[in-house]
Write a protein that binds this ligand. Structure first.
Ligand code: BT5
Length: 260
């Protein structure tokens, strides 16, 4: 059960729990006048990913929540890096506290995926409500696969849950509490881009990797090597174009797939 008093003590002012909704981000938008409000669902029937993609989850088997919060930030997309770092740190520490080991299996993948081994265990969808105002109101949607035992065929190669990896159940509510505790305890990082991005890089281990890069939902893709994740969140890729000259491009949006 959600312990509202415990959540209040962290800084959350309001909590809305629903058994089922289309998407917690969509529900949170209706409440976007609120600040420090948490919207949690037992089930999402139309969970959203980026670029109109879907987030698939089974009822009560994972974390599906959105945090409504104002931030005074120059680069709104850095909130994605904050949220993904917080999710990875939560999972790492939560698992370490249970097993005393194994926390290195959680890694960050640009721009905002959390991997368990080579597969995705959590994702972030943060949306800005009024882009031209500052502080801006953000809706930070977080999905974590906890006790789900399988995924639909189209994503079974790339999705994983804690249960599929550790072969036991975990408490979704403990994870939600730990997540919000980390989220509210580390807010100073949002104003310290250099430190945030250094922590993000340290927990990502993607520099030097060979990848296929695709810009959003476009069909075109190309291969290259990751050179750097810069402090503004951009990814620098050296494109493999068969010429001897170095062709390095920076991208701020898109998707990478590792070539193993
Ligand atoms: C994301 O998008 O990873 C953002 C996911 C955010 C979900 C949360 S849940 C609470 C809140 N309310 C919402 O409606 N959304 C947020 P993206 O990087 O675009 O990845 C989406 C892709 O991941 C899909 O196209 C699938 O390939 C894959 N996918 C879908 N469901 C998945 C799952 N449960 N686990 C791992 N991968 C999944």
């Amino acid at each position: 059960m959600i312990d509202y008093v415990k959540l209040n003590s962290l800084g959350i002012k309001k909590v809305l729990y629903v058994d089922s909704t289309e998407s917690t981000n969509s529900l949170a938008k209706i409440h976007s006048e609120e600040d420090d409000m948490l919207v949690v669902a037992g089930h999402q029937i139309a969970g959203k990913g980026r670029f109109n993609r879907k987030w698939v989850s089974e009822k009560d088997m994972g974390v599906t929540l959105s945090i409504i919060k104002s931030f005074n930030v120059e680069l709104p997309h850095l909130l994605n890096f904050y949220a993904s770092y917080i999710v990875q740190r939560t999972l790492k520490e939560y698992i370490f506290n249970i097993f005393g080991t194994d926390q290195d299996v959680f890694r960050l993948k640009w721009p905002n995926d959390i991997l368990l081994g080579k597969k995705k265990v959590a994702g972030i969808l943060s949306e800005v409500m009024r882009i031209n105002e500052n502080p801006r109101k953000f809706i930070i949607g977080i999905g974590i696969n906890v006790n789900q035992e399988s995924f639909p065929e189209e994503i079974s190669e790339k999705a994983i849950s804690l249960k599929m990896h550790y072969r036991r159940d975990f408490s979704v509510y403990d994870i939600i509490y730990n997540l919000l505790n980390q989220f509210y305890s580390n807010l100073s990082l949002v104003g310290q881009t250099d430190i945030l991005m250094e922590l993000w890089r340290l927990n990502s281990d993607i520099v030097g990797k060979l990848v296929t890069f695709r810009i959003n939902n476009e069909n075109d893709s190309f291969k290259g090597k990751i050179i750097e994740i810069s402090n503004d969140g951009g990814i620098k890729i050296e494109l493999s174009d068969n010429s001897n000259s170095k062709n390095i491009s920076t991208f701020y949006t898109g998707e990478i797939s590792f070539i193993y």
